[in-house]
Design a protein around this ligand. Sequence first.
Ligand code: RIB
Length: 338
Amino acid sequence: MTTIKDVAQRAGVSVTTVSRVINDSGYVGETARERVTKAMEELNFQPSRLARGLVSGKTSTIGLLIPDVANPFFADVARGIEDAAIAKGYTTILCNSDWKREREVMYLDILRSRWADGVIIAGSRSGEEVIDQATAGLPLVLVDRRGSAKRSSVWMDNERGGRLATSHLINIGCRRIVHISGPEGSPSAYGRKLGFEGVISENRARYEGLRGELIQGDFRYEGGHEIGLSLLRSKDRPDGIFAANDLMAVGILQAARFCGIEVPDELAIVGYDNIALSEYSFPSLTTIAQPGYAMGRSAFQLLLNQLGSGRNHHSEQQEFEPKLILRGSTARKQQAGT
Ligand code: RIB
């Protein structure tokens, strides 16, 4: 592979001169610049971003850490970030932690040493102190959690989303409601669980026989399917399920079909995220919309603001409102509202 040294030799100049031409930094005479440019063309030399970064301290590269590349919500977030980044001349390195904290820390170490200019972390289950330590002062934006005041972050009011989903199930007549939550440590899952528990406790006195049960899920299709099978085979099965994301909700839909249970008449189901699959499942899935693409674009803009403002950057917070999307999986006749 051609190196910066080969170019310097070919052009008859020093490595420093070649580096200045690559990074367009520092004085270079016209003749020397022409000789370096000619040598780079003849040797088909492609300067590495790392090489450029070593001089300019900027690689025009950002790191994106997501927990599940197979989850369409995170794919939407990644697309939003990448589209916004490319438009501003940045490339994006995508890292998939598979919901493993130790893998998160490993990738953050790599991104820091590879000189990423900044990092966006979406859907992490790690605590902020772990993230602070692993990013060590690198410009950072958190997606999917409301970071502390010193952090730029993009998030959704998940407690309000959980309340919307649970109230809707009560309004259409469900009384034995189960919430299948996201994994332990997920801030978004915690907010949805709070919303579910709040609505159930506020309405117990009002609706005879109303009860809410909580089951820990994992945000995966297989997890929803497995929990759905065990729940729906029991005699005392629920008549309403609020799943903390659409992948689990679709798994429950499949389990209901396998158990011969009619959705929505015998079992109403609500998911969360509004991924494309939720519209095309059968019946289509009622869900809480979480605009991943827009959240991704917003996260990149907050990171760009940090990169542009240097050290004296103030954190910026962007909150998105949840929206109930009504579809076939809860299309029972509306009961008297709560
Ligand atoms: O579907 C994955 C979930 O994990 C999303 O709802 C998002 O909030 C993230 O936390």
